[in-house]
Ligand binder design. Structure first.
Ligand SMILES: NC(=O)c1ccc[n+]([C@@H]2O[C@H](COP(=O)([O-])OP(=O)(O)OC[C@H]3O[C@@H](n4cnc5c(N)ncnc54)[C@H](OP(=O)(O)O)[C@@H]3O)[C@@H](O)[C@H]2O)c1
Length: 355
């Protein structure tokens, strides 16, 4: 083990997102995996024995012999500073609070704490300043070293990465989004093959509510000890489609100030956020890739843009009801989940919160 690296753990390490964490952290320049947890079903087993590995390239060899522990503070090695949570939302709420109270920094994918007023809902490209809620959270909850930071729902993440430059340059008045979401977004084993093959399922439980509220917190402004929600409304219709990875979203936006199509395109392509300015290891550069081709982006061709961390936009054109419409595509388990949480942790490290 390289003692200069920060030791991290993965909660829910055997699941779809947990495996992405394992894969993306395997050669990370700043972080090193020292703990893996899962449910009672897996506790006490070697990672290689408990985990049905789903990703290309095989399980990182250094993790194969690690033994899965319970998801409890006392079971996790005390030299671990940071925990990446890929727990089911139903379990994450109380467990993440216990772990933060015990002194761990928790970067969570789960929905449980995303809308807590004192918990940052973070995309470093979008609202890096919202980490100022961390000391507020610690003071309010009596936590000394520990805290919780969350990343958004996978559909929200790429939507907001594309909206941010437009919000900054022209102001957003209204957003309509129809998503076509990949099967891997439902975890493993997720949706049954009998349900999804040859099909579109026009319902994903709880998803539309998340996609309608999370962008307003992300694009809201820090006002004292809280976030004032952005004042535009979002209407979302979320669908599950027979794609393995990569969420596609058809988006229409109404702007507060008039803008020509070339100005909108320039705002998207020129956008650089805090991860690009700081040169964070997982930051895509550029953050947004604007396609000129009539039939792009597509999940199979474009989901790994920027190592799965970039947001692809295409088919930018005027909208007869709103001002502009376009397609957004991004990887749901990389930038939309594990990669997004790792980028959050890189920002926290750069800002001094992991000392
Ligand atoms: N998939 C995505 O694209 C995506 C995107 C953004 C956010 N998320 C969120 O990320 C989280 C994980 O999603 P997923 O798709 O990876 O789910 P998943 O494939 O079902 O994996 C769940 C993981 O949690 C473990 N687990 C289950 N119950 C537990 C308990 N009581 N205590 C400790 N560990 C427990 C499982 O361990 P066992 O193997 O031992 O059962 C497994 O490792 C969810 O909150 C989800 O909403 C997912």
């Amino acid at each position: 083990m390289n003692s200069n690296k920060i030791k991290v753990g993965i909660l829910g390490a055997t699941g779809a997102v947990g495996q992405r964490f394992a894969q993306l952290l395997a050669d990370h320049p700043w972080f090193e995996v020292g703990a893996l947890t899962a449910s009672d079903r897996s506790v006490g087993k070697r990672y290689a024995d408990a985990c049905k590995w789903l990703l290309r390239g095989g399980m990182p060899p250094a993790l194969a012999d690690l033994v899965l522990t319970p998801t409890e503070a006392g079971a996790i090695s005390s030299d671990v500073r940071l925990l990446f949570s890929a727990l089911p939302s139903g379990n994450a709420g109380a467990v993440e609070e216990e772990l933060a109270a015990a002194g761990f920094a928790v970067c969570s994918n789960a929905a449980a704490h995303r809308m807590d007023p004192d918990v940052p809902l973070l995309i470093p490209d979008v609202n890096a300043d919202h980490t100022a809620l961390i000391p507020v959270q610690q003071a309010r909850r009596g936590w000394k070293r520990g805290f919780i930071v969350t990343n958004p729902n996978c559909t929200t993440t790429h939507l907001v990465c594309a909206l941010k430059p437009l919000h900054d340059a022209f102001g957003l008045a209204a957003v309509n989004v129809v998503s076509m979401q990949a099967i891997s977004g439902a975890g493993y084993p997720g949706v049954s093959a009998m349900d999804i093959l040859d099909n579109v399922i026009p319902y994903i439980g709880g998803e539309e509510e998340k996609v309608e509220i999370e962008p307003r917190k992300l694009l809201g402004s820090l006002a004292g000890d809280a976030i004032a929600l952005a004042d535009f409304l979002v209407s979302a219709q979320c669908n599950r489609v027979a794609v393995r990875n990569g969420h596609t979203e058809a988006v229409s936006v109404k702007l507060k100030r008039p803008a020509g199509q070339a100005e909108v395109a320039a705002a998207l392509t020129s956008y650089r956020g805090e991860p690009q300015r700081l040169g964070l290891p997982s930051a895509p550069n550029p953050a947004i890739i604007l396609h000129a081709e009539a039939d792009r982006p597509q999940p199979r061709l474009d989901r790994l843009a920027g190592n799965g961390m970039a947001t692809c936009v295409g088919r930018l054109r005027p909208d007869p009801l709103f001002d502009y419409k376009f397609i957004v595509l991004g990887h749901n388990t990389i930038r939309g989940a594990a990669g997004g949480a790792i980028l959050n942790a890189e920002l926290l490290y750069a800002q001094g919160y992991l000392a």
